[in-house]
Design a protein around this ligand. Structure first.
Ligand code: KIV
Length: 284
């Protein structure tokens, strides 16, 4: 039996009920289906697709068209989880008007339920405007991959008190702006705990320690499909890449050896039809 659709109210109630939230990424139909079947609360169509699906060096080149294409595919398989569409770099950074327009495109053309964008205090007015336009927003603070170069690379954030205070301020600003939830990436575990205790909205951590309201991982990292680099905060629950590689290599060997396809993978033709075909061909 299919589960009821997860709503932003379910997400917010989970914090009150002290039930941990489970969030994963998906970029296509089969992973959308599996995330649903595995009973994720939230599925993020993240711009991490730039790296783990498109082979780009980072998330910066990802476009609105890429996001819409992948969100549509995920939506065909993912029915119960709340689906978050990630706003790509420069789709919300230049003006509030453009941010609302692009958030609207992800929801209208992609079909996702809500959107996510990176940034704290400086983006609070943008978050507020999108929420007022009727689209729920999830914030994303701490390490923000779209602006990682400005943060000194893919590094833990909030190391000293001043930097940590800034991230607390970011979280408060997002909450005040109406964000329904906040992703907190790559910060010390005690800071994760403090932020989750400070704001009322659920804080979902990725490298923010155990004492937040839920966890998110990039699925392709967690299953060992993407292993160009594995961040410290990733746990690999399986290593799927060698299994896929073994299958591809076995297929190649069998094709080369003429062992595939065998009779069980081939269609039969009635003897009489074959004989008639040969007779017709012989007639020219
Ligand atoms: O794009 C993404 O996958 C993300 C996660 C790292 C939270 O933003």
């Amino acid at each position: 039996m299919s589960r009821p659709k997860v709503t932003i109210h379910d997400i917010q109630n989970a914090k009150e009920q002290r039930r941990k939230l489970v969030m994963v990424t998906a970029y296509d139909y089969p992973f959308g289906l599996m995330a649903d079947e595995a009973e994720a609360d939230i599925v993020l169509v993240g711009d991490s697709l730039g790296m783990v699906v498109m082979g780009l060096s980072g998330t910066v080149p990802v476009t609105m068209e890429h996001m819409i294409h992948h969100i549509q595919a995920v939506m065909r398989g993912c029915k119960s989880p709340l689906v978050v569409g990630d706003m790509p770099f420069m789709s919300y950074n230049t003006s509030i008007r453009e941010a609302i327009h692009n958030a609207g495109r992800l929801v209208k053309e992609g079909g996702c339920d809500v959107v996510k964008l990176e940034g704290g205090v400086h983006f609070a007015p943008t978050v507020e405007a999108i929420v007022k336009a009727g689209i729920p927003v999830q914030g994303h603070i701490g390490l923000t991959p779209q602006t990682a170069s400005a943060l000194g690379g893919f590094k833990m954030q909030g190391k000293d008190a001043a930097a940590a205070k800034q991230i607390v301020d970011d979280a408060k600003a997002l909450e005040d702006a109406g964000a329904f939830s906040i992703i907190l990436e790559a910060v010390p575990a005690p800071l994760g705990k403090l932020i989750a205790e400070t704001v009322r909205v659920p804080v979902i951590g990725i490298g923010a320690g155990p004492d937040v309201d839920g966890q998110v991982l990039v699925t392709h990292d967690m299953i060992g499909l993407f292993d160009r680099f594995v961040p410290k905060f990733v746990k690999q629950y399986t290593k799927i890449r060698p299994i896929i590689l073994e299958a591809l290599r076995a297929y190649r060997q069998e094709v080369l050896a003429g062992a595939f396809p065998g009779p069980e993978h081939s269609f039969k033709m009635p003897e009489a039809a074959l004989a008639e075909l040969k007779r017709l061909l012989a007639q020219g």
